[in-house]
Design a protein around this ligand. Structure first.
Ligand SMILES: Nc1ncnc2c1ncn2[C@@H]1O[C@H](COP(=O)(O)OP(=O)(O)OP(=O)(O)O)[C@@H](O)[C@H]1O
Length: 556
């Protein structure tokens, strides 16, 4: 095999192999659920979770006792292997208790986003058909509306059984669509009254059904297996090691947070301080009080820390931090450089992944690796990659840009009840087509250029919005930027920019167009600028281009 050790590229089959030390995973035929795996990992951690608002703490022994009791109670409520259970909740120290209990039974946890509308949640319920739900007193009405709508379309009268995560049994919500069957606190406190037969769980069984962000089309149910999550925990062990302290502010319903805070970091004995949602001041207060070593952020949060750096450094003690983990969307070189200038003791470790790959498939591990600006790091352990010419299907080599295909123990089993979409995404040899345009350089670093679907086609040339956005963000008077195509009869499409100016700036459309024009080839020039108060983004920091496109069409 003609393997180039520097890049990881093999000439004879055009596959890039991970340069990381390989992980030794449990044999695939061993019956093992992810909860048992996580709970059996040795570490010296004591406190698993801290509620940043109430300061309630959950030690590891309390966590595992809670998981055991909740699983037993779920079993007596009739939850069995393969059943789907939905959780609709903001971040909470009890979120992992629910998820781990459900997965320990071989049942499937599906996470709904608390900021979704009841219409969106209803679609998820119709698709996943949960037998039970966990939610909070505040969200129960939203869930009830979603369940009632889902029941109408399924022509079913049944109310969705609900366990309240923050109420007691006395709470009786008489909402159409749901029936309150208990409270999580009571479940966690009561001794199981009956013994249950443990159903065997295979590592290839589905553990979690996570819905993709729906940035580029309809959101799809991604089947994450026990093995996927076990492999992810192994990856994190190699990346970060044991017993760190961190703060969770990104939503646990998303793979980036679920795969870290709700599963992997528990296996590593980490202490996670949980914030119900993101608020910069609360995050910084939590950093000052709890002194975490790591933060996991999405790009807009990193930008927020850069823009507010002066005030942050004078008002808060953030000296405990040594690592910021960033991913989910592109982060420009300029932002990282500014971050490092303002927080010199902190390294920004980028990572790249999809819901379909159980998050991180390319990552940075060390400070040296962060110096590869613009890159998302090296392929994670055991990951193989191909770069494929999207037009011809030809396999490309080092430094050549094409669609990234991946094979890895973290690649999903498929899309839930959607064989057509699964077959279009994973080929018969197990290669997942990411839909991302990437290249891998001579040292094996992965660079994400843009999403194939989001490329702007101008006079036959392809323009990557992310490249122009990075340029625009480097302008001192620009706070945020998004580039989308604008239809044109002759050229097909032109790039246009939505811009958020810094407070007090009078930067004009022509100044912005001139600033970009000086730095790019003719076909990449921006032809129109519209100013906005903020750029619409989803929780993982991705620009909601379809909303901007709608805005553009309504203005044309
Ligand atoms: N570090 C990164 N740099 C650039 N892009 C990234 C990075 N991390 C993730 N992404 C982008 O996020 C995508 C994965 O996002 P996610 O799985 O959350 O849902 P989605 O792809 O936005 O949703 P849908 O598939 O429903 O449109 C990747 O395919 C890639 O385009």
């Amino acid at each position: 095999m003609a393997l180039d050790r520097k890049s990881g590229f093999c000439e004879s089959n055009s596959i890039f192999y991970s340069k990381r030390d390989p992980m030794i995973l449990p044999p695939p035929d061993q019956h093992l659920d992810v909860t048992t795996f996580i709970s059996s990992q040795p570490h010296r951690g004591k406190t698993a979770f801290v509620d940043a608002v109430t300061d309630r703490r959950l030690g590891f022994s309390e966590l595992w006792l809670g998981v055991k009791r909740v699983a037993a109670r779920l079993y007596s409520l009739g939850v069995r292997k393969g059943d789907v259970v939905v959780i609709l909740s903001p971040n909470s120290i009890l979120y992992p208790v629910v998820s781990l209990s459900v997965m320990s039974l071989g049942a499937v946890i599906t996470t709904a986003n608390p900021i979704s509308t009841s219409g969106e949640i209803s679609k998820q319920l119709e698709d996943s058909l949960p037998v039970l739900a966990f939610t909070t007193c505040q969200l129960v009405s939203k869930l009830a509306a979603a369940a009632a709508a889902a029941a109408v379309s399924a022509a079913s009268e049944a109310n969705l059984p609900v366990v309240l995560m923050d109420g007691d049994d006395g709470v009786k919500a008489h909402e159409k669509g749901v029936k309150i069957v208990g409270s999580l606190e009571t479940m966690m406190e009561s001794e199981p009254s009956e013994s249950r037969a443990k159903q065997r769980v295979n590592q290839d069984d589905t553990a979690a059904l996570l819905y993709s962000s729906g940035t580029t089309g309809k959101s799809k149910g991604v089947m994450i297996t026990h093995r996927n999550l076990i492999a992810l925990a192994h990856t994190y062990r190699l990346r970060f090691g044991l017993e760190q302290r961190t703060v969770c502010t990104i939503p646990m319903c998303h793979v980036f947070s679920f795969g870290g805070f709700a599963t992997s970091y528990i296996a590593l004995g980490w202490t996670t301080v949980v914030l119900p949602k993101f608020e910069m001041s609360k995050l910084l207060s939590a950093v000052e009080v709890h002194r975490p070593t790591h933060l996991t952020l999405v790009p807009p949060m990193v930008v927020g820390m850069v823009n507010g750096a002066k005030e942050i450094n004078s008002k808060y003690d953030v000296s405990s931090l040594h690592t910021v983990v960033a991913g989910g969307a592109p982060l420009s070189r300029e932002v990282i450089e500014k971050f490092v200038r303002n927080y010199p003791n902190v390294k920004v470790l980028q990572g790249y992944g999809l819901t379909e790959t159980t998050a991180i498939v390319a990552t940075m591990f060390t400070k040296e690796e962060t110096e590869r600006f613009g890159s998302s790091g090296l392929l994670s352990p055991n990951v193989e990659a191909k770069i494929v010419d999207p037009e011809t299907g030809r396999l490309l080599g080092v430094g050549q840009t094409g669609e990234l295909w991946l094979r890895s123990p973290t690649v999903m089993k498929g899309y839930y009840k959607n064989e057509e979409a699964t077959a279009a995404t994973i080929d018969s040899d197990g290669w997942l087509k990411t839909g991302d345009l990437c290249y891998i350089d001579s040292e094996g670093f992965v660079f994400v250029v843009d999403r194939l679907k989001e490329l702007i086609k101008c006079n036959g040339y392809q323009v990557a919005p992310a490249e122009l956005e990075a340029l625009l963000l480097a302008h001192p008077e620009i706070d945020d930027a998004a580039v989308i195509p604008i239809p044109d009869e002759k050229a097909g499409q032109y790039p246009m920019a939505y811009i958020v100016r810094k407070a007090g700036s009078n930067l004009s459309e022509s100044e912005i167009m001139g600033f970009v024009a000086k730095q790019v080839s003719r076909y990449k020039k921006i032809r129109k600028v519209v100013f906005l108060g903020s750029i619409p983004k989803n929780p993982s920091g991705k620009i909601l281009r379809r909303e901007l496109k709608k805005l553009t069409t309504s203005k044309l």
